[in-house]
Design a protein around this ligand. Structure first.
Ligand code: HEM
Length: 221
């Protein structure tokens, strides 16, 4: 049988209750480094974005330190997200049922999961968030390098830098919104946070939200 999107380490443990391994310790460490980097980037980036938020530079040791440290945290985010990308891209490929799931967003919001198609490891909403993050982080690193004058001033023209500043700020505001959706969904769907803290979910959670994934796991040799 060809597996749908089972990732290495995913495993069902029979018992009371049934538990399911969803993320390895490595994947969780990788995720939380990414998460911390994004929060620090948002705080330091917003501090540089508008004078009304300049007080946030206090968290990083003042204006100069904030300007120095922000791009380096960006490099950490890019590298750590790349690690997540390599782990998760395959399970986030778009499948036929994802279109149906999206078309029934009303049932998603209304909590009528019985009207939704069975989904694999990730639902369509998670996949949209994943690809949005992937594209936005790429845009942020490229536009970020274009305005990192400390090391790369000579590689771009003034006009290109102006465009890069605009694109960088727009991508940053968008990824902060995507991040809010991601965290809200993780809290809203009860039992999800444990996936990224303990690495495990209950069998009931998997049956309810990712049945196709669970079916594959139990039939896995
Ligand atoms: C700081 C607050 C954050 C919290 C509380 C959080 C929580 C979670 C949880 C609970 C999951 C597991 C969801 C599941 O398996 O169904 C998850 C998955 C994931 N998170 Fe986060 N996260 C946070 C920040 C971030 C950031 C900043 C990024 C990237 C920029 C990120 C990227 C991902 C990715 C790629 C996955 C795998 C799911 C997928 O590929 O769609 N997370 N997160």
């Amino acid at each position: 049988m060809t597996t749908y999107d089972v990732e290495s380490g995913d495993q069902v443990h029979p018992g009371q209750p049934v538990t399911v391994d969803r993320y390895t310790a490595g994947a969780r460490l990788n995720h939380w480094i990414t998460a911390i980097s994004l929060v620090l980037l948002a705080l330091s980036g917003l501090a540089l974005f508008t004078p009304s938020l300049y007080f946030l530079t206090g968290l990083f040791g003042g204006g100069q330190w904030t300007r120095t440290i922000h791009p380096w945290i960006g490099v950490v985010l890019f590298v750590s997200f790349f690690g997540l990308f390599v782990r998760f891209w395959r399970a986030n490929l778009w499948k036929a049922e994802d279109g149906t799931w999206m078309a029934r967003l009303r049932d998603v919001i209304g909590g009528h999961e019985e009207n939704l198609p069975e989904v694999g490891k990730y639902n369509a909403g998670q996949k949209v968030v994943f690809w949005a993050m992937s594209i936005l982080i790429l845009v942020l690193i490229v536009s970020g390098f274009a305005i990192w004058d400390q090391y790369f001033a000579q590689y771009t023209t003034i006009d290109q830098k102006r465009w890069a500043v605009l694109i960088h700020a727009m991508a940053a505001v968008t990824i902060i919104c995507v991040w809010i959706v991601h965290v809200y969904a993780a809290i809203w769907v009860r039992g999800t946070i444990g996936a990224m803290t303990k690495g495990q979910v209950t069998g009931g959670w998997a049956w309810r939200h990712h049945r196709k994934w669970l079916r594959e796991l139990v039939s896995k040799k």
